[in-house]
Write a protein that binds this ligand. Sequence first.
Ligand SMILES: Nc1nc2c(ncn2[C@@H]2O[C@H](COP(=O)(O)OP(=O)(O)OP(=O)(O)O)[C@@H](O)[C@H]2O)c(=O)[nH]1
Ligand SMILES: [Mg+2]
Length: 398
Amino acid sequence: MRTSRTTSRTTSKSRSRHSHEADAVTGPARDKDAPKPVGLPDRAILAGRATRGGEASITLAELKLLAETAGAKVRGQVVQRRGPVRASTFLSKGKVEEIQELAGEESAGLLLIDDDLSPGQQRNLEKETGMRVVDRSALILDIFARRARTREARLQVELAQLEYLLPRLTRMWAHLGRQVGGIGARGPGETQLEVDRRKIRERIARLKRDLEGVVRERRVQRKARKDCFKVSLVGYTNAGKSTLFNALAHAKVYVENQLFATLDPTTRVIASEGKVQLLLTDTVGFIRKLPAHLVASFRATLEEVTEADLLLHIVDATEPDPGAHIEAVNSVLEELGALHCPRLLVFNKIDALHDEITLLGLRARHPGAVFVSAVTREGIPELRAVIAGRFHGDGERR
Ligand SMILES: Nc1nc2c(ncn2[C@@H]2O[C@H](COP(=O)(O)OP(=O)(O)OP(=O)(O)O)[C@@H](O)[C@H]2O)c(=O)[nH]1
Ligand SMILES: [Mg+2]
């Protein structure tokens, strides 16, 4: 079996970006029967399985970004390229040993898995490695919990976290509850982790009721907008949706070079024709394997997307594999039941694309797409014209 093991350090850029969060990554108190942690709780080893071809390197690069966003210090990675899935631990025995060795060398106490683990696999891996094990869904949920600012976002994230936690709430979890913190354990808060399943279920029911209220409020808002032409920005996280929103709406929503900068939708009127207004909405970004619980609980927010008259699918043109991002976004849209909405592909960040051949390739492969830079505003007039064309076309049909 071929081994791929590389050690990597966080870049100075990401270090500075997350330095204020680094202290947030604290390890949980461990079950007294579990092996002692081998290293520091925020020093992480990434591990994954390659499915086809070299796919693992791309998804692991993304996992590294997620890990750094959550404040972890990535010290290395282990990839299993071949061999059957070992049901008990997801990774082979050899790979688990390799992880232990690397974790020992790097004093890493956190193991991040680039996939979703069953509760049993997670427990077994924790036992075998002596590390705290966090899977991809838990890591994404943790980042969402850090980003959630409004009541609506907090309700949605907490619901998703508790749904994720419920099947994992073994006696060990309950025992750990009092002091649990750090990546993958944030949000529900200490008190929720101390209570038993019944209480968690009650809390879930309560959150669902509260969210129904939010859904009703949003429906009322949307009813008032039913005659408007609604355009929503969708796309992979960090593609530049909010920057483009600001450019098109002369707004100032939060933009940052980080994953999931936006959680709450913002809507602005960007044009009008007689009584009909053209509304533009910016919303949460997508990613590969977005946890199903998260998609389910963000449904209220994402209804803005499913009811759009036009979806602007923003793609970062500088991505090494934009096709994979487009597919990932389409699969979330499918999950939301939004594939029926008319869509327009918009490649953004063309100012940062120094290779003419790449641009020509993208243009040839996506003949209907628009190419813009939200930063230099190149292509923005064309984009406005295309949106206006759809708006007027729609107006004539109404
Ligand atoms: N070079 C270049 N950078 C851009 C462009 N548009 C956005 N960016 C940068 O890309 C990063 C992400 O931008 P955002 O607008 O926050 O991206 P987003 O899609 O809203 O991201 P999330 O809300 O996190 O999903 C920021 O650092 C922006 O400055 C562009 O046209 N060119
Ligand atoms: Mg954004």
